[in-house]
Design a protein around this ligand. Structure first.
Ligand SMILES: Cc1ncc(COP(=O)(O)O)c(C=O)c1O
Length: 410
């Protein structure tokens, strides 16, 4: 896992060169596109700070990254910045998830939700095309701790869902999955899209892939796996060097990553990554006005967003990013040690920065004050979670612990 860190000067040079080689609405007669730079009344081009601000300059130039730029052909007008997106996808697929050269495709999606739905859509079309499957024969499988983008995707794509049970303490999939799979098989399901979590929203739990593939293989299921790393994708591969959730696992077909969570990039920076040869299942033939056609769910999308994610990853480099994750995990360890000393029960995956505390240890008013997120906004939540993000200071954590002490001792 390695990618170089660039200085601000190098980043500026790459981004401004890319913008230069994009279509410039000011210098060329552009008569056919329903698009332009950002409105100059509000976003004026000659603001002096722009020469030092590659992301804001990209926002104002407003390149459209419609389509998929790891494929051979795409919209030529914005080729310069699309190459930056291709470099970003390359780093994510190869350095974070162990993909081999030229063995993946991907794009910057609107968020984790879109990336997950794109993954489900691609695999649905794969089963339909390659196995002449009817939608009623395809089953979308995910755990009860999975993000709600899975039921959303099932609803949009008219797929039946199979929701696997998890153990209430370990948050791992229980062996009842075998009976659940068997029942689905008996009910006519022949093909399975299995979504596993690399960091669930509420617990940060990471699904163990081995029992799932073992059970699915024993039952002779036809299945492919998508990994939802929307939250954990920028942490777990860095904190657990033995992660099995990589492209080296033959059953894993795709990943979701989300820049706008751990990476602190602007909203609109989900990332979808898949093995080469699969994104084509999402081809919309009718996208005739788009050069290279369209393989994505979204259509037009901001090139500046892809640049923002690339800039963050290139500023840190792999070593800087590992260091940042190490520090966040150390802060999380310290919080967990203190909770344990106080006899407070919580769930935490040791490679993640989410700590989910049993609700009886936290006064609801304190939870509200510190903006802890409950597992449900109904009257009686079972859990409150803390996410140790960059902005969470040691002082805030200490104060929180002092405030919950009376509840614990009572
Ligand atoms: C595990 C997981 N997957 C997917 C998503 C959806 O991401 P987004 O809000 O970017 O669509 C989230 C959001 O919290 C998440 O935690």
């Amino acid at each position: 896992m390695y990618w170089d860190s660039y200085s601000h000067k190098e980043i500026k040079s790459v981004v401004f060169d890319a913008l230069q080689s994009n279509l410039d609405y000011r210098h060329k007669a552009v008569l056919g596109l329903p698009a332009s730079f950002l409105d100059t009344e509000v976003f004026y081009h000659d603001a002096p700070f722009l020469k030092d601000a590659p992301f804001l300059s990209a926002m104002i130039a407003n390149p459209n990254h419609i389509g998929c730029h790891t494929l051979n052909e795409s919209e030529a007008a914005f080729e310069g910045t699309q190459k930056i997106e291709a470099d970003l996808i390359d780093i994510c697929a190869k350095q974070i998830f162990g993909g081999k050269d030229e063995s993946y495709d991907g794009y910057v999606a609107s968020g984790g939700t879109e990336a997950n739905i794109q993954a489900i859509w691609v695999l649905k079309r794969y089963f339909e095309k390659e196995f002449e499957a009817k939608p009623s024969e395809i089953c979308l499988v995910y755990t009860e701790d999975a993000h709600y983008s899975m039921p959303k995707g099932a609803s949009l794509l008219s797929l039946d869902s199979l929701v696997l049970n998890v153990d209430k303490e370990s948050r791992q999939i229980t062996s009842t999955a075998i009976e659940q799979f068997e029942e689905a098989k008996n009910n006519g399901k022949k093909h399975f899209i299995i979504v596993l979590n690399m960091g669930t929203t509420m617990f940060g739990s990471v699904d163990d892939i081995d029992p799932i593939t073992q059970w699915a293989d024993e039952l002779g299921l036809n299945y492919k796996i998508h990994i939802d790393g929307a939250f954990g994708g920028y942490i777990y591969p860095f904190s657990d060097p033995n992660s099995k959730l990589t492209f080296n696992h033959p059953k894993i077909n795709s990943f979701t990553l989300d820049g706008h969570k751990m990476l602190q990039s602007p909203y609109g920076t989900g990332i979808y990554l898949t093995r080469k040869g699969f994104i084509e299942y999402a081809l919309t033939e009718e996208a005739n006005y788009v050069k290279g056609k369209d393989f994505t769910l979204v259509g037009s999308r901001s090139g500046a967003n892809a640049i923002a994610v690339w800039m963050i990853m290139r500023t840190y480099g792999s070593e800087g990013w590992k260091m940042k994750i190490k520090k966040l995990l150390e802060k999380t360890n310290r919080l967990c040690d203190q909770l344990s000393d106080m006899g407070i029960e919580y769930y935490r995956n040791p490679s993640m920065n989410i700590v989910t505390i049993k609700s009886n240890y936290v006064d609801p008013n304190i939870a509200k004050d510190y903006m802890l997120v409950p597992d449900t906004h109904d009257e009686n939540p079972n859990w409150f979670k803390i996410v140790v993000m960059d902005h969470v200071t040691q002082g805030q954590l200490d104060r929180f612990l002092m405030e919950i002490t009376p509840t614990v001792s009572a």
